[in-house]
Design a protein around this ligand. Sequence first.
Ligand SMILES: Nc1ncnc2c1ncn2[C@@H]1O[C@H](COP(=O)(O)OP(=O)(O)OP(=O)(O)O)[C@@H](O)[C@H]1O
Ligand SMILES: [Mg+2]
Length: 457
Amino acid sequence: MFSSIKAKIIIFYLIIISLSLFALGLFLYLSLEKIIYDSIDSSLLSRAKALATLISEDGREFKFSDELMWEYSSQKSGYFFQIRKLDGTTVEKSASLKNLELPFQKGEEQISFKTIYLNKKPVRVVNFPISNLVIQCAENIDGRVELLEDYRRILSLSILALMVISTFGGFLIAKKALTPVKKISESIGRISESNLSERVDEKNIPSELKGLASSFNQTFDSLERAFNRQKQFVSDASHELRTPLSVILSHSEITLRRERSTEEYKNALIAIKDAAKIMLNMIERLLMLARLSSDRAELKFEEINLYSILKDVVKLLNPLAEQKDIKISIHGYEQLTTFGDRASLLELFTNVVDNAIKYNIQQGKVDIYIKENQDYALIEVKDTGVGMPEEDLDKVFDRFYRIDKARSGGIKGAGLGLSICKEIVRLHGGKMEIKSRIGEGTTVSIYLERGKNVVQG
Ligand SMILES: Nc1ncnc2c1ncn2[C@@H]1O[C@H](COP(=O)(O)OP(=O)(O)OP(=O)(O)O)[C@@H](O)[C@H]1O
Ligand SMILES: [Mg+2]
């Protein structure tokens, strides 16, 4: 129960309210008590002083009138007096005292007040010393003590009632304050795999919770995007794998329909082998993409010479370039290094140079420039190929995207190369740009972190 925010708010609220009400009640009660006792004491003191004026200077004669004695005659009147010597012996006392005595201690030579009980009734007494006597004046304060008790009872009941009302109020406040949180959690509860577009309504939420609601919404936005990308990817991958699979299936079915010559079997097997190769290549690249999309944990970063890695790429792809009589050249700083993972960078440059050859014209050119600027090492791969339309420049980084399948009809590819490049560049903290014009060629610029081996000038 105590882990609930509502219970905590109510308890906290109750403690504060109880303490304040208790303090207020105590203050009110003590104030009234003081007012009442002050008024009793001052009236008793006046009475004692009045008696003192009627006593002769030597303290032997009392000029008390009948009227005065009548005032102190019975217990009902509620007034008493007793006059003592300093040693405590009684000199005179009122008839109202009968055989009772007002308590006295020797040596009480200062004005003092106390409450005592006479016949079980509360009585207030003042001791008023004059030269060689002490005048004790008393008054029955039964009525006022009762009044104070009633007042205490009413105060306690009111405080109790206020506490009950406050607890209920605290409960309502806590409930109202937590309603938006409940709403948010209900909205989140409604979000499921089949209902990823559900969002927390940010409009009717108090400003303190807007941040929470908007972070939830942002998280779910990116989750939904990731989920949709994943769905799209699975559907694209299945679609792309279906083509080579149907090639394999149709070749085997047609060939098996009747007896064939060795030549025909051989041709069918070659077609099947080519389709299987395409599938294998595609699956390998998909696995690579999946690995790269996760994190950089698998990458081994080291200082890498850009010229030497690009030379390896050119060596690897030269046979392909020669088929189209394409000349590849590398220009620029031979010493410039970057900080990266060798295998991934090899894959990156191979894909870019492969495209520059694949989408180039016969006897075209591929020029690779190694440059540096203030912040980056820059590699530009420039070709004299068919180029790309402006509107496709963003999309070529999407998985399986190939521009105008009819145009690249003869050229094999899965549309995965540039999406792999994008992931590799992302993992290296770099960026990649493509500039292209139809019929004029394409320039791919790759910006990577500069290694320690910086070329000056
Ligand atoms: N240098 C280029 N010149 C012209 N078009 C290009 C160039 N590079 C890429 N493209 C276009 O962008 C598309 C996507 O390229 P990407 O490298 O991702 O896939 P691919 O080359 O078709 O297949 P893969 O690289 O997976 O074998 C290509 O199909 C092509 O249409
Ligand atoms: Mg490619």
